[in-house]
Design a protein around this ligand. Structure first.
Ligand SMILES: Cc1cc2nc3c(=O)[nH]c(=O)nc-3n(C[C@H](O)[C@H](O)[C@H](O)COP(=O)(O)OP(=O)(O)OC[C@H]3O[C@@H](n4cnc5c(N)ncnc54)[C@H](O)[C@@H]3O)c2cc1C
Length: 408
């Protein structure tokens, strides 16, 4: 499903920015290059407003973009465009004849700061795109620093502009609204989200090690969390020796008062959980997030899971769905399969459910070429990013939903 409402929001906001800057009246007549520079600068600061707004994981935005993963995708796309606009804006301002440039010391100071903000953005956004080479926690800290150039950028917008943004006008209202919301969003995400706004609390009420690197945790919450099977949560664990930052995990079962998550060790946090988690440890939960909606899908469904990507599907199977479901579960060696017995038993006792196991150490990787897919089939995929990309690019239908276990 496409993110039509989300895309409309982007086009309307960016379009309004161009329109309002184009028709705004400057304090004194300005050079056409300066006017263009202001329009492009306006696009940069408006783009950054959306970048920070999208980072808040707002539920309405998540719906409009049809999932957090897509919302983060557009967050990144807008960050690239905004950076491009910042650079072009800087170059255009350099080309404006000297007599057209701001003369007061406040203007000069704001101009200097604008240049500083530009370098700050270039360094931090480039680093953000090098995420895969950085530890997640380090990346997150660098990401938080973006608040600094953004704050300076807002100051630059107000005080180096050839337009009076402090007098009531359409462009002044638009700029005030977008910069205030953008700044509050950035402040919230970068300083408050981690410590506040986790509406559910509870504790670990059961622990089961499924193999040498996968652990199943049951959380008992103090109030019921209403979720749709297929969704995920951000979980914080408060135990000495376990990192406090929230991490996302799909719900693999539970009635909402009890929640099951199944965690594979891949790095520091998951290793600490596997090795040290104790009964009754307090937890905090934010969510649910995620756009998988098996109930809304066609009666004929094809599920493709890889490794720990089986988790969102498990929660739905526990509702004993009536739909005709064919699950293809791919894993790299027997050490990387979980819930095999459960899936086999389920298939034996439910004739509208089939499961095919694919051990990629023994067989070729699954692709759509191997499958006969009836018309009107809804396809759901969950697994590593690479696998999702491959399936998405060769999908025989538009009824395809996916959840990658990565976003940053
Ligand atoms: C929507 C979604 C659902 C997921 N469901 C499951 C699940 O059911 N079971 C499971 O085992 N894993 C799941 N994951 C993956 C899980 O979140 C990561 O494996 C875990 O956070 C890794 O943390 P780490 O410190 O052990 O490893 P690291 O080596 O630090 O991280 C490995 C990767 O996990 C991601 N990651 C790390 N920390 C965070 C964080 N705080 N917030 C967001 N992403 C982070 C990053 O992309 C990173 O590259 C899910 C991820 C997402 C996005």
């Amino acid at each position: 499903m496409k993110a039509y409402k989300g895309l409309l929001l982007i086009f309307l906001t960016m379009g309004s920015s161009v329109f309002l800057w184009y028709f705004a009246t400057p304090i004194a007549p300005i050079h056409p290059l300066s006017k263009l520079g202001h329009i492009i600068g306006g696009l940069a600061i408006t783009g950054l407003f959306l970048v920070f707004l999208f980072a808040t994981k707002n539920k309405l935005l998540e719906r409009w973009f049809n999932g957090l993963a897509r919302l983060y995708f557009y967050h990144k796309v807008l960050a690239i465009f905004s950076l491009g606009f910042i650079i072009i804006h800087g170059q255009l301002q350099k080309m404006v004849p000297d007599e057209e440039l701001p003369q007061t010391s406040l203007h000069e100071w704001a101009k200097e700061l604008g240049e500083l903000a530009q370098y700050g953005f270039i360094i931090l956004i480039v680093l953000a795109f090098l995420a895969k080479f950085l530890k997640y926690e380090h990346w997150r800290w660098l990401h938080r620093l973006l608040l600094l150039p953004y704050t300076v950028g807002i100051y630059h917008t107000y005080f180096s502009s050839q337009y009076d943004l402090l007098q009531p006008s359409a462009i002044a209202i638009f700029t005030a609204l977008t910069t205030t919301i953008g700044f509050m969003s950035a402040l919230y995400m970068m300083t408050m989200y981690q410590d506040m706004f986790f509406p559910y609390s509870g504790s670990i009420s059961n622990i089961q090690k499924l193999n040498s690197h996968v652990i199943e945790l049951e959380l008992t919450l103090t109030k019921k969390l209403h979720y749709r099977p297929g969704q995920f949560l951000f979980i914080k664990i408060f135990q000495e020796g376990i990192e406090k930052a929230p991490h996302p995990f799909s719900i693999s079962g539970g009635d909402g008062e009890k929640i099951i998550v199944t965690i594979k060790t891949v790095g520091d946090f998951t290793r600490q959980v596997y090795d040290h988690i104790q009964m009754n440890t307090p937890v905090a939960v934010d969510g649910p997030f995620g756009h998988f909606n098996f109930d809304k899908g066609a009666n004929q469904q094809l599920w493709i899971a890889a490794g720990i990507g089986i988790t969102p599907f498990l929660a739905y199977l526990q509702t004993k769905p009536e739909k005709k479901i064919d699950l293809y579960y791919s894993f790299h060696g027997l050490d990387n399969i979980v819930y095999k017995d459960f899936l086999q038993n389920y298939a034996q006792t439910n004739d509208h459910f089939t499961v095919t196991f694919i051990d990629t150490t023994q067989e070729d990787r699954l692709s759509f070429d191997h499958l006969t897919i009836p018309k009107q089939t809804s396809i759901y995929i969950c697994g590593p990013e690479k696998m999702i990309k491959q399936f998405k690019s060769s999908a025989p239908t538009s009824k395809i939903e996916w959840e990658g276990f990565i976003f940053r």
